[in-house]
Design a protein around this ligand. Sequence first.
Ligand code: ASP
Length: 307
Amino acid sequence: MIKHLRSAADLDLATATLILDTAGEMAALAGREVKKLPTLRGRTVVNLFYEDSTRTRISFEAAAKRLSADVINFSAKGSSVSKGESLKDTALTLQAMGADAVVIRHSASGAPHRLASWVDGSVINAGDGTHEHPTQALLDAFTMRSRLGRLAGLRVAIVGDVLHSRVARSNVLLLTTLGAHVTLVGPPTLVPRDIAAALSPATKVSYDLDSVLPDMDVVMMLRVQTERMQDSYFPSAREYSRRYGLDLARMRKLPEHAIVMHPGPMNRGMEITPEVADSSRSTIVEQVANGVSARMAVLYLLLGGKA
Ligand code: ASP
């Protein structure tokens, strides 16, 4: 088993499949009255969050607690980070406290790689800048497999602000490893062709959402990440929604069995309308529940938990 999960590229087919299968076993636990396993008793998991998060932080905390690990939540606000302490000094503090795993979210792409060279424990990337978010890709793959029964051969459109999306990057890498076919869709300013080619030569690019939808099994909508935009990438929010937003009329162009995903947080009314987000085809709430199972599987396998 790998020691760190810094990128979806750390996962080969066998490892990714093992994590998804283990997540399935963890999900079965969620239906029980007592949701806890003793496997990581006495181990310490630190959640080191330098960037805002709702779902991911809570999800990692729930996952570690369900495995009986001791959980320390560190948020940059209110810590010595606000006094200018470097990531390295914070890492050395965690190291001195004996963290078995550090879950890190940071605005700098590559922060988990640096951290892994300073601590002995496992490092898990919970989102680094615009780079990657591998556990999101795992929970997304798990959701697709649960709903559609397979991953190999699935046709997946990832739509919107690909340029700033770590979710898109990790999904392209993992889905390609798992044998799915990915098409990136959005305005040319937000879907540069070189990104697709660099991630995986098989990835297709389209600037016309309407023409792509009838062929898809999955459509994954991305949040427009205005907080990471220095320039204007499209004329107006209204124009963006008109061309790339998923509303009911567009959703009807999908095949009957196709599902609609979004990693959250959503800009309701911009990339997705409330009617679509709350429809029976949407897996958005399921993705959150599956996130806990996927992260339990990652913590369990990386920390070598015993049954
Ligand atoms: N929650 C995801 C992330 O942290 C997606 C997003 O923020 O749009 O990358």
